[in-house]
Design a protein around this ligand. Structure first.
Ligand SMILES: [Zn+2]
Length: 476
């Protein structure tokens, strides 16, 4: 196996700034789980990466769900008796309950209040509310705005449409040496919210943009989907091909100032779970690992029992645990280019582990091979091979019995994956290691429990299933 280096040529600092600029561009758009705001967002992402847009008709059955009617909105407001807009969609799209049915009429303050939502605990913030699956309408406003409304008649207009149409999602496929895939998924259904939604979109976009220029072992599939219904739709339409997905990450909430949190896949000890934990442990920064729960983002669908993919979730402060969550305070001030940059670099490190993880056999397993005569052991007064740790050489030789991957060896030895990988390369150059056939071998049974076979891999080894039939061309 040749070295694969996803971090090659990456400049996280400038990419963090570019991610932030994309967030600024997308921030004003009124997105939802369907409609033109979602399309406009995906077309903007198309300006960065070769994203294929898919349109799934309203009424399509997707497992236990049905693709809903398409929602679009042009304007919405509440006017007082002087004709002034006291609540105005043009000021912020959060002012309208997402998926509100069209409304035109005059109401008393008491009637209006039945359709108003505020956050009394944060009187200057506007909440984000949706009503996707119940036909209703409403406005969101700050508590201060609500307190300023007088007893009077109000004109209410929501110029929206809820009609047969499509659910739109975007897919970017980057073919690698293998048809085995790494899935990266983000949701893109929230309107003007930066951390929840736009940070994941920006990170997925710039990861795809960066990886598109590299030659990699795995194929990569990036999904830009509306939350829940988009994941369910994609899984239902692609069920036959899910066996290709060997590892995956849901990316969300990665721009805030909190530490990184990784939520394990339902399997709990999938290779991606071990790889992310390994990278975070060696990052020197504070982090948190969480076990799978059936609550959260689209990992709920990817890890439902009948799907059960090795997909975990990378975020910072978990949703629902910060006050700005689902409010107007999740704005451009709440996300930071340097935090986005750090998340980008972390993802590349994880991908580097996944790309380079493999299982080898020690070709000289009876007692230690003599490293000194091969120049692999430090001589008196002279260094061994630059950058190769002797300890890593000994660990790799000892555990390369066909049952331990390089990631297993890194975890068992406490060494960084990169040190183990370098030792592996040096030993291979000297003929002391050979690769085991099975490229997709899972992490061996460790303290975490028995190994779980990763998917139903068709074919074995790099030559057995090369990527073909990609849905787009890399030079497009
Ligand atoms: Zn959300």
């Amino acid at each position: 196996m040749n070295q694969s280096n996803p971090s090659k040529g990456a400049d996280p600092t400038s990419i963090g700034q570019a991610m932030y600029r994309l967030i600024e561009d997308l921030y004003p758009i009124c997105r939802s789980i369907t409609g033109n705001g979602l399309r406009e967002t995906l077309r903007s992402v198309q300006g960065q990466i070769p994203l294929e847009l898919h349109e799934v008709p309203t009424g399509t059955k997707v497992f236990d769900w049905t693709v809903p009617k398409e929602w679009n909105i042009r304007d919405a407001y509440v006017k007082n008796s002087r004709g002034e807009r006291v609540i105005d969609f043009q000021e912020s799209n959060l002012h309208v309950v997402n998926y509100s049915v069209p409304v035109r009429g005059r109401v008393s303050l008491a009637e209006l209040k039945e359709h108003l939502f505020t956050l009394p605990g944060h009187p200057d913030w506007v909440p984000y509310r949706t009503s996707y699956y119940k036909e209703d309408w409403g406005f969101c406003l700050s508590q201060r705005q609500l307190d300023s409304l007088n007893e009077s008649e109000y004109e209410v207009v929501i110029d929206s449409s809820l009609e047969s149409g499509h659910l739109t999602y975007g897919e970017c496929y980057l073919p690698g040496e293998l048809t085995d895939e790494i899935l990266i998924s983000c949701h893109c259904c929230h309107p003007s919210l930066c951390n929840d939604n736009l940070s994941g979109i920006a990170l997925a976009t710039f990861l795809a943009k960066h990886l598109a220029g590299l030659s990699l072992r795995y194929s990569y599939r990036f999904l830009f989907i509306p939350g829940t219904i988009g994941a369910i739709t994609w899984l239902a339409l692609n069920e036959e091909e899910l066996h290709r997905i060997k590892h995956g990450l849901v990316l969300t909430g990665l721009g805030d100032a909190g530490k990184l949190h990784y939520k394990r896949s339902r399997r709990g000890n999938a290779v991606v779970d071990v790889a992310v934990a390994h990278v975070l442990k060696h990052s020197g920064r504070d982090f948190e690992l969480m076990d799978f729960t059936p609550y959260g983002y689209d990992e709920r669908q990817f890890c439902s029992p009948g799907i059960n993919l090795a997909v975990g979730r990378l975020s910072r402060t978990p949703h629902g645990t910060f006050p700005e969550y689902h409010t107007s305070a999740d704005n451009l001030d709440f996300v930071h280019p340097e935090r986005l940059a750090e998340a980008f670099a972390t993802c590349l490190e994880v991908l580097s582990v996944l790309e380079n993880n493999a299982t080898y056999l020690n070709t000289n397993p009876k007692c230690e091979p003599q490293l000194g005569k091969r120049g692999l052991y430090r001589r008196v007064g002279g260094p061994a091979d630059a950058g190769v740790s002797e300890m890593a050489l000994l660990w790799v030789l000892n555990l390369s019995d066909g049952a331990h991957s390089l990631l297993d060896i890194a975890e068992r030895s406490g060494l960084r994956f990169d040190a183990v990988r370098k030792a592996c390369e040096a030993l291979r150059e000297h003929g002391l290691l050979e690769q085991r056939g099975d490229e997709s071998s899972p992490v061996a049974a460790t303290a975490a429990g028995p190994a779980i076979k990763v998917g139903a891999s068709r074919g074995r080894g790099p030559g057995a299933h090369r990527a073909t039939g990609s849905t787009w061309k890399r030079d497009r």
